[in-house]
Design a binder for this molecule. Structure first.
Ligand SMILES: [Zn+2]
Length: 127
């Protein structure tokens, strides 16, 4: 079942801090493992695919204010058939615009450029 946009915009995720990511994850829960610096949740469009968001300076950053979590940047599931795009802000799922092919391409390129730049600037950290 696909959720409509209005349903999507009022959806919330409950953060659950875990050591290991469980094998079966629940709907509406975002599992956060500091041990592995990663989070996982089911795609908020309702397609049920697992979205893995690793934390790193070039991937996602997690903000936790004691109650709610936010992820930056947005979640763009362009490798999924649903190609959904949304933000997670204070446990709430906010709609992003739907990706066009062109946007996906340029985002992928940008992502690569940011990474290349980052690793070039920080090459000395890797020794
Ligand atoms: Zn989806």
């Amino acid at each position: 079942m696909r959720l409509t946009l209005t349903q999507l915009s009022t959806m919330t995720l409950t953060p659950r801090f875990v050591k290991n990511i469980p094998e079966n994850i629940e709907d509406g829960v975002i599992y956060i493992s500091m041990e592995y610096a990663t989070a996982i949740h089911k795609c908020c469009c309702g397609c049920g695919r697992e979205v893995v968001t690793p934390f790193s300076p070039t991937d996602w950053q997690l903000t936790f204010d004691g109650k709610a979590v936010s992820l930056y940047p947005s979640i763009g599931n362009w490798s999924f058939p649903c190609q959904s795009h949304y933000w997670i802000v204070n446990n709430e799922v906010k709609n992003g615009y739907k990706w066009s092919k062109k946007q996906i391409e340029s985002c992928r390129k940008n992502d690569k450029q940011i990474k290349d730049k980052y690793y070039k600037q920080n090459w000395w950290k890797w020794w």
